[in-house]
Design a protein around this ligand. Sequence first.
Ligand code: BTN
Length: 254
Amino acid sequence: MNPVEEWRLETRRLGRRVLVYDCVDSTNSRAAAWAMDPRHDGLAFLAGQQTAGRGRQGRSWHCPPGSGVLLSLLLFPPPTLRRPALLTAWATVSVCKTIQAGTGLEPRIKWPNDILVEGRKVCGILIEQGKATVVGIGLNLNQTTDDFLASGLPEAASLFQVTGRKFDCRRVAGELIRFLDEEYDPLLRGELAHLEKSWRDLIGLNGKGIHAGCRDGVIQGRLHQLSLEALVIEDQEGKMIQVPPEKVQHLQKS
Ligand code: BTN
């Protein structure tokens, strides 16, 4: 499994080296195989096809060859940034910015890790942490309705289905890495406010009636405040309940 190309992007930190493969098992597995050395911080892995693409909760990720971005980044974040909620916010916001810039569409973040366009999932994110952090992103670009039906994913969508135009996967991947890099740098300096606002706006549930599914039950109420530290939910008796984002598995409009 050797890369067919290697890019050197003029970014600050991420993607200064990008290993591009025709076909791998999973870009997340390729990235994890380089996790022994922190000097590989920011290394990116891109593939045209995966034979064992992984999704969240043990699911697999299907994408016909050349139909989407299959990208993983290997990171060695400082302990303050190793929080799943923060890394998820950073990755989801960067994907949304890439979609906005490339299409003019208005994507939304579906809690916690999905990106929706016109209510349908176009992107999924899988963050795996061990010695290092691997952030894997699958962005659907050129799939047709038949492709999704063949994979048993009638609810999914691609940017082609929404815009009617085909996308150059490598070009979009390059743009995505640039946005990820741009958004990552302030985080390393402890500047989270800008990311937090973009994330909150893209989730779009502030002030709305919500259901928050946590491991120990469902909280129903109005989302009073959303930050990277806590969700503040006003329940039906007017009591304010604070929950750390890591505890919330599902968040939906009531
Ligand atoms: C999900 O929505 O379940 C997350 C899907 C994540 C898929 C991407 S594709 C690139 C990277 N490599 C993998 O094996 N998975 C992630």
